[in-house]
Design a protein around this ligand. Structure first.
Ligand code: HSE
Length: 402
């Protein structure tokens, strides 16, 4: 039996134990040996629960037990997760984590520690929940130069934008409903302000660049300013508003950003609705590929963690090479990226055309009431857009085209 420990018995940790117990037989066929959960680290005791006898409160009990080969970290947050995970790697145990906050900050450091101690550090569930995107990038698409990764990697905001589009309701209304249904956290800031997606695209970019991308360097906008009127305009244009986390090759580096975009209906991400996630990848040899599935939730996320456990079990005593240098990658200036911009302004057509030249107007009920004008610019760099937009005094909204 391969003995493992689970640190953090919350939604995902308990899901991992369930996946391993439920699929024990098929897991045994894949690893050659069964997998047994020896310890569960948690601050709670879980009195009366079948796992009560496995509960420990001191992570050193796990670190010091030579029987434990693999440790699962599903606590969340940077500390104490980092201290615990590092201690496990230094003690010669392989680790898998679902914790994007930890991976975004310490991914390079923990990868180096794993190499030094001839063990492995895996983090499949940290991006895209149950979707196998990290392994795809690390093991399957390695012959390609990845030119673009564009993902819908936050289920909460995708649910909210889908609902706004289906029901025509405003942001605040749909946020409340998402919170009532448990799709959005009580404090939804990290999701609705785009920070969660920012961490995830920083991790994916680090992997294709082979070096550290700091999530603080990623230009990040959320969806709090998106209104029912914007969605009406989007429909009029045959487009959908989606929060995209995107990384596009720019010479030796990448332009990385998170923001709401207007997607045309022929784009593969257009039909990704509700809590689902999807990651679109373009390789210089592969062309286009898309990975789609459940991006959050106990069992989908636990399934990705358990798959890492199986992979780690197959590689006990052997480090799998992964390039993630700690040197920080300087990202390209997102304002140098060219695209078209959709703009709403309470302005006369002559003023708009003086600022932007010829534009395409978009008519909706709001437009027809004469209160505002919606228009699409020609393609230009964002820096140029900003210069031109500064000439107009009453821009209500700007959403980028993809
Ligand atoms: N808050 C995240 C989401 C959870 O909504 O996608 C999964 O990382």
């Amino acid at each position: 039996m391969i003995k493992i420990a689970v640190m953090g018995y919350g939604t995902i940790g308990s899901g991992v134990v369930k996946v391993i117990e439920t699929n024990q037989e098929s897991i045994q066929k894949k690893t050659g040996e069964g997998i047994e959960v020896k310890y569960i680290l948690d601050v709670r005791d879980f009195e009366g629960d079948p796992i009560q006898s496995k509960v420990v409160h001191d992570y050193q009990v796990i670190a010091k037990d030579p029987e434990v080969d693999i440790v699962v970290e599903t606590m969340g947050g940077v500390e104490p997760a980092y201290t615990f995970v590092k201690a496990m790697l230094l003690a010669g145990k392989s680790v898998t984590t679902s914790n994007k906050a930890l991976v975004a900050v310490y991914g390079a450091d923990l990868t180096a520690a794993a190499k030094e101690h001839n063990v492995n550090f895996m983090f499949e569930a940290s991006v895209g929940g149950g979707i196998p995107i990290i392994r795809a990038l690390n093991s399957c698409l390695t012959a390609d130069r990845i030119e673009e990764i564009t993902g819908i990697v936050n289920g909460t905001t995708n649910y909210m934008l889908t609902k706004m589009s289906e029901d025509g309701c405003e942001f605040d209304e749909v946020l409340k409903e998402a919170q009532d249904k448990g799709y959005a956290e009580k404090d939804p800031t990290a999701d609705i302000e785009g920070q969660d997606a920012g961490r995830k695209i920083a991790i994916l970019t680090s992997l294709i660049a082979g070096q550290q991308v700091d999530y603080e360097d990623v230009h990040t906008e959320g969806i709090t300013h998106i209104s029912a009127t914007d969605i009406q305009y989007a429909k009029q244009m045959g487009r959908a508003v989606k929060l995209l986390a995107s990384c596009v090759q720019a010479g030796d580096t990448y332009t990385v950003m998170v923001a709401p975009f207007l997607l045309p209906n022929e784009h593969p991400l257009y039909s990704v609705n509700g809590v689902f996630n999807a990651v679109f990848v373009r390789g210089n040899m592969l062309g286009d590929a898309m990975f789609y599935g459940s991006g959050a939730g106990s069992l989908p996320t636990a399934s990705a963690v358990a798959a890492d456990v199986i992979e780690l079990a197959k590689h006990i005593g052997r480090h799998i090479e992964l390039e993630w240098k700690p040197q920080k990658l300087e990202l390209a200036d997102y304002k140098q990226q060219s695209m078209r911009f959709f703009v709403r302004a309470a302005q006369e057509k002559e003023e708009i055309e003086q600022a932007f030249g010829s534009v395409d107007y978009v008519e909706t009920p709001a437009h027809k009431k004469g209160k505002e004008i919606g228009f699409i610019t020609r393609e230009m760099k964002e820096a140029e857009y900003e210069e031109k937009a500064a000439k107009l005094s009453s821009i209500i909204q700007m959403i980028r085209f993809r």
